[in-house]
Design a protein around this ligand. Structure first.
Ligand code: RP5
Length: 171
């Protein structure tokens, strides 16, 4: 796969992450950290539905044969990338609207979430890369008990944190 920006971690690439610009990558960091914490491999690439539509179609069409189980696609402004990717694959596609430009991500959110019937994109919140990566891990955990246990431990950690803050408030 030709790529301008590619990162791999851990085992075989299970999550394909596509962003529309290198300017989106800083907003992705929290999510990438989470995948590393979970030991989930990913491949990151830059491709634009508007600026390089042939590559967007080609990556989406080849993703399943390339060994990926889920795709995360993020873009800002008139964010077409997640929908275009979903048009070319039957893998689950998770969309991240990025906050760029004068509408602060609302443009991208509506572009990504308002997909026509038949072409779903599971859309997370604006800049919510960590949630996108958690959702990707939850999908992978359907057939991965080790990952399921790690996600359960994460949720336990969140519960403990709320309990700690609650106790602190009462004391
Ligand atoms: C979108 O346009 C990208 O996803 C990015 O959020 C925004 C600006 O892109 P650049 O002009 O910085 O490449 O396609």
């Amino acid at each position: 796969m030709a790529s301008r920006a590619k990162e791999k971690s851990g085992r075989k690439g299970q999550v394909l992450i596509l962003v529309a610009s290198d300017s989106d990558i800083p907003a992705l960091r929290d999510g990438l950290d989470f995948l590393r914490e979970m030991g989930v491999a990913y491949t990151l690439d830059i491709v634009s539905a508007h600026r390089h539509p042939e590559k967007a179609a080609s990556l989406a069409k080849g993703a399943r044969a390339g060994g990926f189980d889920v795709i995360i696609a993020g873009a800002g402004l008139a964010a077409a990338l997640p929908g275009v990717v979903a048009a070319h694959t039957t893998l689950p596609v998770i969309g991240i609207p990025f906050n760029g430009g004068s509408l602060l991500g609302l443009d991208a959110l509506l572009s990504i979430v308002q997909m026509p019937k038949g072409v779903p994109v599971a859309t997370v919140g604006i800049n919510a890369a960590r949630n996108a990566c958690i959702l990707a891990c939850e999908i992978l955990s359907i057939k991965d008990d080790v990952l399921r246990q790690k996600l359960e431990a994460m949720k336990d950690g969140m519960r403990r944190e709320i309990d700690r803050k609650s106790r602190k408030l009462r004391n």
